[in-house]
Every structure is written in C-alpha cells, then in structure tokens.
Design a protein around this ligand. Structure first.
Ligand code: ADP
Ligand code: MG
Length: 443
C-alpha cells in the first residue's frame, strides 16, 4: 500500500469553481468547491458520471482554463496559464494526421526550445518505452486505435512531466486493447520506468480505477466536486479475480450508489416541499429499463444482482448502468444498496405483466413518482384545447440544470409519457398535447 504520508505535494486545488453563462443571464455552475491534492508517487483516479465536470477540472489543472473561483497551486506556486511539468492525454487521440509518429511525439517538445538532436532522442525514447519502436515513420492512419493512443501517451511522456493527466484514456479503445495498454502502463509504473511522478486519471469504470489507482476520488454531479476518497489497499500487480479485489469493487459501487442515492433523495425532498417538479432525469428509454428489469428477474440473478456483475453481463459501463438503476429506483421498481440492485415487488409485477397491464403499472408509478409528468399532465387537463408549449417547461428546467440536462429530461419524460399514454408531443409545434386515447391516473 502506498500511503504517501510524507510525500511532496505536487498540485493543490482549493475551493475551485467553474461556471458558464446561460441564456437567461444566469450562471451554470459546473464545478463548485472542488478540493483535491495530488502528491508525488501516486496514481489517483477520478470517478464520476458523464457531464459531472471531470474534463473541465482536468483542463483547469493543466492550466488550460482558469477557474471562475478558487486557486490551483502547482509545486507551491499559483498556477497561471499552461504549466510546465504537466501533460495531458485525451480520450480521443488528437494526433496530426499529416505527421509521422515521430513528429507527432516531438510536437510535445516544440514549445520547449529543446535542441533538435535532443528532441529526436527524447521522442525515440518515449516511442520505445510505450512499445511503438519501429513505427517512428508511420502515419496515424496506418495505426490501430490502441497504437494511436500509445502515440498520444508518448507525446505526453516525452516532456517527462511530473504530473500526467489522463482523461478517460482507454474508453475509446476496444476491451482487449484497453486492457493491454492498462497492463503495460502499470508495469512501467511498477518498474519505475515512466518518466512521471504522479498520474491523475479520469475514468468511469470502477474496475479500472481499482485496478490502477492508489486512491479513488468520487466526484458528484450538479455541481461537480470531490465527495469521497477511497484508498485502494492492494499491492501491484493486482488480480481482478481475487475475492478481495471483487469485494473492494463492490464497496466502491456501494459508496458510489450511496452518493447518488443521497443526491437523489435530497432532490426529491426538495421537489415535494416546494411542489417544484424539477428533478433531472437521465436519458433512459423504456426498452433500457425493461431490458434491465428482465435481466434482473431472470437467471442467474432471480431478482437480485451484484452491480459489477450485472454491468459485465449486460456489457455496460458504470455510466450506462447507474442512471438506469437510478430511474428504476425512482419509479420504485428496484432498490440499489451495497453494490447490489434488487427488484421490488412492483418491479416483478411490471416484468411479469403484459401489454396493457404493464402500461398501467408503469403509468401509476410515473404519476406518483415523477412530479414533472404530473405537472405537464395537469396543465393539459386544465386547458380547453389540451395543448401546452414545451418552452415553458424547458425554461423552468433550465433554471435548475444545464441545457443538456433539461433537454434530456424532457426527452425522457416524453418517451415515458408516450409509452404510458399520458400525453403526446408534437415536435414541429414544440407542444405537449392530449390524445383521445390517453389515459388518466384512474384508468
Ligand atoms: P465530464 O468530463 O465529467 O463528462 P465536462 O467537464 O465535459 O464533464 O462537462 C461538464 C458540464 O459543463 C457539462 O454540462 C457541459 O455541458 C458543461 N460545459 C463544458 N464546457 C462548457 C462550455 N465551454 N460552455 C458551457 N458549458 C460547458
Ligand atoms: Mg469528460
């Protein structure tokens, strides 16, 4: 275990905030009160949902974006502008197609006024290190995705940065390629061959974080900030199949779902108290929810599944699985706890029901648990023409969440409303409307 207690602090993020202007003169706060410290000699993972502001934070830490509030201290000095000693690897490879591998890597040194011969030597060294020896003269289009990402890594490593920031570096790669690259990186780290002191990597895979990191920071959404820290106690190399490893992955799942459930409950309490129907809903279709419920009810799970296992068997990542679990929990079809997801009695009824019954169960649950659905339907019932502009609801949503979330939330609501025959939506007129077949809550 790497405790790092006496280690030098490399970067210190203090009370950092990032907001963007919204249409209506207000600010969308993406990051708020972010606090984190990276010491030398550690690999730290940042685990959070998509859209929570992880990439934004990385850009701030690299000095590419200056925060609206707070400060970053890099090697004890205030960070202002792109920092010497910090390099970044992006999810997509960001290579120049017209440059060879060698030149793509050397670009990393260009700003540094290193003599040409030295540039070449350093680039060759980085290329060899990362397993691309012999490909110096190849062009990106001649390389596989995995090799391109290695070029991206070599470009970051060529400057021998103290801090390497990696933004979902494996998520654009296929499973095997990603695993090879992870293993190679960890081997190099263990053998102390990587010319870096520390790594901060963003991921949305819990397994990846537990496999690679000394510490995992859990990031909340809306606004993004570090809400929990977990030290990973295993020496390297780590064995994914070891029971202790599996248990630990479960524990991280638990912490993560707790964090999410807490957020969720807070939001729902607000909604009840203020009669304000503005909870963000992830983009979840009926078929996704029904697919997951059916998988849950079937063998081998019979109503209760370990989330990492379920994710694997459905070939999903955390980012896909958790929002579905969250939606099922909100609708009272399932409960997430301790890294498990458990089908409720209502959930079982839903899966076992057919067509109209299924719709009826779903409709009742949606009416009861999704205030926004109720609010839209109430307006439609009150209006003589049974029509209502979506604009107003979108605006109100946007006072509480980003434009993207507002759009997703409405799409989800519309999908569910259509399925449950609560109301319909006219895209062209941007209007909700009641169809003659639409049901009421009493149907
Ligand atoms: P993550 O990497 O965790 O998926 P991002 O940092 O990419 O999250 O984005 C976080 C939020 O900030 C998103 O809601 C995104 O729409 C918003 N955002 C990012 N960059 C900008 C920008 N330049 N202007 C407005 N909003 C932005
Ligand atoms: Mg990102």
């Amino acid at each position: 275990m790497n405790t790092n207690t006496n280690q030098e602090i490399l970067i210190d993020v203090k009370n950092c905030q990032q907001s963007y202007p919204k249409d209506n003169n207000s600010q969308l706060i993406v990051l708020d009160n972010v606090e984190l410290t990276i010491k030398s000699g550690e690999i730290v993972g940042l685990l959070g949902r998509s859209g929570s502001g992880k990439s934004t934070l990385l850009r701030i830490m690299a000095g590419l974006l200056s925060p609206t509030k707070g400060e970053i201290r890099w090697r004890n000095k205030l960070l202002q502008g792109p920092a010497e000693g910090i390099a970044m690897v992006f999810q997509s490879f960001a290579l120049f197609p017209w440059l060879t591998v060698q030149d793509n890597v050397q670009i990393g040194l260009e700003a540094k006024r290193v003599p040409k011969k030295e540039c070449q030597r350093l680039a060759e060294e980085a290329i060899d290190l990362i397993g691309l020896g012999g490909y110096e003269k190849a062009y990106p289009k001649e390389l596989s995705g995995g090799m391109r990402q290695r070029v991206g890594l070599a470009r970051a490593l060529v400057v021998h940065p103290d801090l390497l920031l990696m933004d979902e570096p494996f998520s654009a790669l296929d499973v095997l390629t990603a695993e090879n690259l992870r293993t190679d990186l960890i081997d190099l780290w263990v053998e102390k061959k990587l010319p870096v002191k520390s790594i901060l990597m963003v991921t949305h895979s819990i397994e990846e974080a537990v496999l690679m990191c000394d510490r995992i920071l859990i990031f909340s959404s809306n606004p993004g900030r570090v809400v929990k820290e977990i030290a990973v106690p295993f020496p390297r190399p780590r064995n994914r199949e070891a029971p202790a490893f599996r248990q630990f992955v479960d524990r991280v799942y638990t912490l993560l779902t707790q964090t999410i459930s807490n957020n969720f409950e807070e939001k729902n309490v607000n909604t009840v108290n203020n009669q304000s129907p503005f909870t963000a809903l992830p983009l979840i279709s009926m078929s996704l929810m029904m697919g997951m419920l059916e998988a849950l009810l079937a063998e081998p799970y019979s109503g209760k599944a370990d989330m990492p296992q379920l994710a694997q068997s459905l070939q999903m990542e955390l980012d896909d699985l958790l929002p579905i679990g969250e939606a099922l929990q909100m609708l009272k079809f399932a409960v997430m706890a301790e890294g498990d997801i458990v089908l409720s009695d209502l959930g079982k009824q839903l899966v076992n029901a057919e067509n109209e019954d299924r719709k009826r169960i779903f409709r009742h649950s949606v009416f009861k648990n999704v205030p926004l659905m109720r609010a839209i339907r109430d307006v439609l019932d009150e209006r003589p023409n049974h029509k209502a502009s979506a604009e107003r609801f979108r605006d109100e949503l946007q006072d509480n969440m980003s434009r993207d979330y507002a759009r997703e939330t409405l799409s989800t609501i519309i999908g569910w409303a259509r399925y449950a025959e609560i109301f319909d939506f006219d895209e062209e007129a941007d209007q909700f409307f009641l169809d003659k077949d639409d049901k009421t809550i009493h149907d």
